[in-house]
Design a binder for this molecule. Sequence first.
Ligand SMILES: C[S@@+](CC[C@H](N)C(=O)[O-])C[C@H]1O[C@@H](n2cnc3c(N)ncnc32)[C@H](O)[C@@H]1O
Length: 409
Amino acid sequence: MRSWVFKALCSVVLEGTYSNLYLKNHLKEVPEKDQALCTRIFYGTIQNYDYCQYIYQQFTNRKKIESKIDVLLVMSVYQIKFLDKVPDYAICNEAVNLAKKVNSKSAGFVNAILHKVIQNEVKLPEDEVERIAIMNSIKPWLIRMWCSQYGLDTAKKIAMHSNTTLPIVVRRNSLLINEENFLKDPYIEKIKDSELYVYIGEQISSHPYYVKGYMSAQDPGSYQIARTLDVKCEEKVLDVCSAPGTKAMALAQFMNNKGTIDCLDIHEHRVQLIKKDAKRLHVDIIHAYCKDATKILDLGLYDRVLCDVPCSGYGVLARKPDIKLRMKSEDMDSLIKIQSEILASAASHVKENGCLVYSTCTLNKKENEKQIEYFIKNHPGFALEKEETLFPNEYSGGFFIAKLVRNTH
Ligand SMILES: C[S@@+](CC[C@H](N)C(=O)[O-])C[C@H]1O[C@@H](n2cnc3c(N)ncnc32)[C@H](O)[C@@H]1O
C-alpha cells in the first residue's frame, strides 16, 4: 500500500501529474479497504509538503538529497506527525524497505533521519511570517503578500484554511430531481440556509446520482459566482472561460434549460468536458466552442457575460493542494495581462443594460480589485454594481466576484 502512495507522490511531485487525475486513474489499483488511508496519506503529504520537508531537514547537513528519497522522507514524516493509528516503527520500517528499492545506500540515512524526527521536537522559525509559512506549507512571499493586502490576521486564517479538508459540496440538478427525493439518499446532507448539499460518500463519480446527472460537485463560492449573474429563462448568455463548465451548468439550471448559453474555452480537450457534462445533466441550451477569449469577434451581443478568468488559484489551495507545490513568486502576477485582455474582449459582447461578471478563485488584489479598477477607468460605459471577496470558510475556498452593468454602448 505504501509503495503505491510513494509511486503516486513521485508522479505528482517529480513529474508534475495533477493529484486529482492520478487518483482518478490509479486509486482502483489499491484494495478498497485501503483506499481511504492511501488517499489521506497522498493528499496530506501534498498539503503539508514544505512543513514535513522542513522537519526532516533539521536533522541533516546534506545539501543534496536524491529527489525520490526526499519524497519518501516527506511522506514518512507526514505519517509520523499526522497519523495516530500507525506506529512510528512501522512507518520507519516501510520507509527503509522503500529506500532500499530506490538506492540501497540511502536506507541507513532514511532510518537515521526518521529516528531523529521521532525522538526530537520540531523547532519552528522565530519570525511570525516564516512560521505561518512553514506550518502551512505556503511560500513566505505569498504570506507576505496576503499580509500587505489583507492584514496579518486574515493572512493567517487563509493560510490555515489551506491545510483543512473541505467537504465535497454538491449542487442538485433541479431539472431532474426535486429536493425531497434527492434527500432520500443517505450520503446527501443539506447545508443549513443554503441551496447546496454535502456528499459524504466515497468517490462521487461512481455514485448513481452523479451517473444519472442528479448532482455535480461545486464549491459554494463558485455557485455564488453563478448566482451573481442573475440569469433569467430565455436569455442569451456568454461564458468566455467556461471549462469544465461547472458554472455554466448551474446557469442552465437557473434558466430552467430555456434560452442559450455559449461556452468558450481555449483548449479543445476542455471544451469536450463541457459537452460531456451537459449531456450527463440533460442540459440542451449549452453550446461549447474552442475559441481564444481575447479574440472573439464573430459573436453578437448577450444579455449576460461571465468572465471567469484563469488565475493564480490562491483561494482554492485546500481543494487543489498541487498549487502549493508548484507556486513560484515570479508566476504570481503572470496572468494579469491576459485576464485584462479577456475582460476587455468579453465586455464588448455585453448589450446595453446587460451584465458582466468578472470572477477568480484567487486572493490577490492585483488579479481582483485592481483589474476592475483598471477596467472601469478604460470602459466608462460600465458601472460597478457590486464587488466582493469571498474568504474561505468551512465549506468553501476563497473567490472574488465583480458585477458590472453596461450603461451605454
Ligand atoms: C478558472 S477556469 C474556468 C472554470 C469554469 N468557469 C467553471 O466554472 O468550470 C479558466 C479556464 O479558462 C481557460 N482559458 C485560459 N485562457 C483562455 C483564453 N485565452 N480563452 C478562453 N479560455 C481560456 C482555461 O482553459 C480554463 O478552462
